[in-house]
Design a protein around this ligand. Sequence first.
Ligand SMILES: [Zn+2]
Length: 198
Amino acid sequence: MEKGQKEQRIAQLVQELLELIGDNPQRTGLQDTPKRVARMYAEIYRGYNPAQKPNITTFPNGEDGIVYDSMVVDTGDFYSCCEHHMMPFFGKYYFAYLPHPKGKILGISKIGRVVDYCAAKLQVQERLTHEVVEMLGDALGGEYPPLGIALVMRGEHLCKTMRGARKKGEMVSSCLTGLFQTDSALRAEFMNLINQMK
Ligand SMILES: [Zn+2]
């Protein structure tokens, strides 16, 4: 289905949904809502479109005269939607990797872009965590892959916070590879660091 057609069809369905939940789609405040939601979906669900996949630039380690051989950490926000309720879950991510001295270095802005892309579809937090590590791991891969990758995500799930027990629906997920899995001192260093960033 062509893009315009798809947006029109989504708008029709949202209009029907508004009626079914008991509202009046003709009232002033709701008149443009179906179209607005359809346009928003194209953005927040762009992760289904492989053409939107970010280009992950990497540099040879040592290119700028410094060989990076200690942990590189990046943190930021993420926003996604849970696949069980189509409700937002969002929070902070903490990413780290240990570059191989002969391997590659990530352009730091790329980490956030990959998180955003993987989050822009219906997800569960555990799978989102794994997908980000996989995509960044692939980009850093090759003859000298990184010595380890770690990602921790802390998210609040509105489907839990807003309903049921109305407890704050917080969740932590993690994915660790290489030395982050096998070297407990390195793992502790990373965990200490991100606990200070809370
Ligand atoms: Zn949910």
